[in-house]
Design a protein around this ligand. Structure first.
Ligand code: NI
Length: 180
């Protein structure tokens, strides 16, 4: 188990556009994915994209069950993985005209939450660790979580959707709290 350091905004490495992953996965990339899952659960968070640990590849992991305190604190399986999903080279094929607003946060922008409006449903194509492609529609929380995670692969953060004034305040706060 290896916990990687999660980069904090305004780290420039969060702004790179990630490259597609080629198959079969190298041992190095498999290790990155394992480390991403460990780091996400350790944080704890519901999603983590590879650029957040300084790896500019199109990979994200999620566990949206993890957001439930009930699950996270289940004494029968403390710290256990519940619904780990690995998303490689994801691409949205469709986004709904209908929009939805959810409060978002991000491990790279700690202790900061804000409402973001995004398409309420999406159709996604992605690859699994074996290189098989999948296509599926998502709505509700998962649609939002996936859009948030895959924004990271484009060098984009949820605070980019906020007003410049609000974003600047958040950036100042991060610089003050996480000065390296
Ligand atoms: Ni994030």
């Amino acid at each position: 188990m290896a916990i990687r350091e999660i980069l904090i905004h305004p780290d420039e490495r969060l702004r790179v556009v990630a490259a597609p992953v080629s198959f079969p996965l190298s041992d190095e990339v498999k290790q990155v994915i394992r480390d991403m899952a460990d780091s996400m659960y350790d944080a704890p968070g519901v999603g983590l994209a590879a650029p957040q640990i300084g790896v500019p590849l199109q990979i994200a992991v999620t566990d949206t069950l993890w957001r439930s305190d009930e699950v996270r604190h289940d004494p029968d399986n403390p710290g256990g993985s519940r619904d780990l999903k690995v998303w490689i080279n994801p691409e949205f094929l469709w986004k709904s005209d209908e929009m939805a607003t959810w409060e978002e946060g991000c491990l790279s922008v700690p202790e900061t939450y804000a409402d973001v409006t995004r398409p309420a449903a999406v159709r996604l194509r992605w690859f699994d660790m074996d290189g098989a492609s999948h296509e599926h529609d998502f709505s509700d929380f998962l649609a939002v979580a996936l859009q948030h995670e895959f924004d990271h692969l484009l060098g984009k953060l949820f605070i980019d959707y906020l007003s410049p004034l609000k974003r600047n305040m958040i950036t100042k706060k991060m610089k003050k709290l996480y000065k390296s």
